[in-house]
Write a protein that binds this ligand. Structure first.
Ligand code: ADP
Length: 426
């Protein structure tokens, strides 16, 4: 992206004194702004110190003997404050009393490609609120803070801080990108709303049955048995949900810690196939296991890997029950190119499969391809989100393939443990 570095023909003379004033302005502005921002971050102080240094240096050279002559002035001097501002990763723009751009860093040029030095800011930033805010700050001499949203090419939100420089004949604009924070906030609000909704339904049903048992069904033993059974089901549903929520938060808490215990993945898969055999029988499904005799050693967390394998086989049995058969296969993948080999676990069912539009979202919390079916089968909508987090913590990959009517295949690939760690596997 071109930098609006070139000055127009009306730009001020490229005198060292001008550069020194610019550098000092940038330094003062940075310090004032950082203080106002709520603290002096070290990068800002460092840049400001550099700017002061540059100002002194340039000012000093300005007083150099005339023999040096104007021709001896290095061309890039006036750009010094700009380059210092470039060290700030967020957009920073200095405008004068007429809201004409005097300095802008690289981040500002990237955000506003039409931005040009010595041109009005309004040519590049068509945001009346921000322009009004600058005019207000310049006339009152008071700092201002407002929000600015970009819609194209992508939706982004910024907090804009406007710091008038005393006497208010210039203003420094700082843009802070709020997009990621906003997205996280949305996710948090959605998550709380979803979790509350999931708990409210069984809770309301439990309360309804309790009232019925206390009132109309008080002396009806047959109704009491039936209602108690339903209440048990609802209580179990809430228990599963709480367990899944806790699992998810435990894995998230440890997300940055890579598990380090050498484990035989084959033993984990065998153990889980045995554990789920009664469930498979209940659904009339046969689980076919294909695991080599050799150990398949990975560095992992046993409980988490058991949980991930359980979720995939449990889903295949529940949702793919119509296919009557679930294949669980573990194999070694040699990836070549000096990359470490991996073990791939594939869980394949022959049920109805998953429509393609749902595939990219299946690992989101509470996302279900079919909400009614998931609830009927005791699902919480969190199973695959938990699998995704566990796999990520193990530095692995999760892939989902499905053709409607042809069943679904869920694959987990985990890196093989380095040779020196394979002996200690448990
Ligand atoms: P749930 O608790 O609802 O099973 P998951 O996160 O485990 O939640 O799965 C999310 C959704 O993905 C399920 O509700 C279901 O719609 C779909 N799904 C998962 N596994 C399969 C499968 N083997 N076949 C078809 N659909 C599946």
């Amino acid at each position: 992206m071109p930098r609006p570095r070139e000055r127009s023909s009306e730009s001020p003379p490229t005198a060292a004194a001008g550069a020194a004033i610019g550098a000092l302005t940038a330094a003062t502005a940075l310090l004032a702004f950082a203080a106002w921002h709520g603290g002096l971050d070290w990068p800002v102080v460092a840049i400001a110190a550099l700017a002061v240094g540059a100002a002194v240096l340039i000012g000093g050279r300005d007083r150099a003997p005339p023999s040096a002559g104007p021709a001896a002035l290095p061309q890039e001097r006036p750009a010094a404050p700009d380059r210092l501002l470039d060290q700030i990763p967020e957009p920073v723009i200095l405008v004068d009393r007429l809201v004409v751009v005097r300095l802008a860093n690289e981040a500002a040029s990237a955000l506003f490609p039409a931005l040009r030095i010595d041109q009005p800011l309004s040519f590049a930033l068509r945001a009346p609120d921000v322009l009004d805010g600058i005019a207000g700050a310049l006339s009152t001499g008071l700092p201002a803070r407002l929000e600015y949203d970009e819609r194209v090419p992508v939706e982004r939100s910024f907090e804009v801080r406007i710091g008038p420089l005393a006497p208010p004949d210039a203003a420094l604009l700082f843009f802070r990108d709020l997009t990621a924070a906003r997205r996280l906030e949305h996710m948090r609000v959605d998550f709380v709303a979803n979790a509350s909704h999931e708990l409210r339904t069984p809770l309301a049903s439990l309360l309804g049955f309790i009232e019925t048992l206390q009132g109309p069904a008080r002396d009806d033993p047959a109704a009491r048995e039936k209602f108690l059974e339903i209440m048990r089901g609802q209580a179990l549903r809430m228990t599963r949900l709480i367990e899944d929520l806790l699992s998810l938060s435990r894995v998230e808490l440890k997300a940055h810690l890579r598990p380090d215990t050498p484990l035989d993945l084959a033993a984990i898969v065998r153990q889980m196939v045995d554990t789920l055999a009664p469930l498979a029988r209940e659904h009339g499904v046969e689980i076919a296991l294909a695991v080599g005799e050799k150990p398949h050693i990975v560095l992992g967390d046993r409980d988490e890997l058991l949980r991930a394998v359980e979720n995939l086989i449990d889903n295949a049995v529940k949702y793919g029950e119509a296919g009557k058969r679930v294949e669980v296969a573990l194999r070694r993948l040699d990836r070549g190119d000096g990359r470490p080999s991996e073990f791939e676990l594939a869980v394949r069912d022959h049920g109805p499969g998953i429509p393609p539009e749902h595939l990219p979202r299946l690992t989101e919390r509470f996302y279900r391809a079919d909400v009614v079916e998931s609830r009927q089968k005791g699902g919480t909508g969190l199973g695959l989100a938990i699998v995704k987090h566990i796999v990520a913590r193990h530095r692995g990959r999760l892939a989902i393939e499905s053709e409607p009517g042809e069943g679904a295949t869920f694959r987990i690939a985990l890196p093989e443990a380095p040779p020196e760690r394979r002996q200690a596997a448990v």
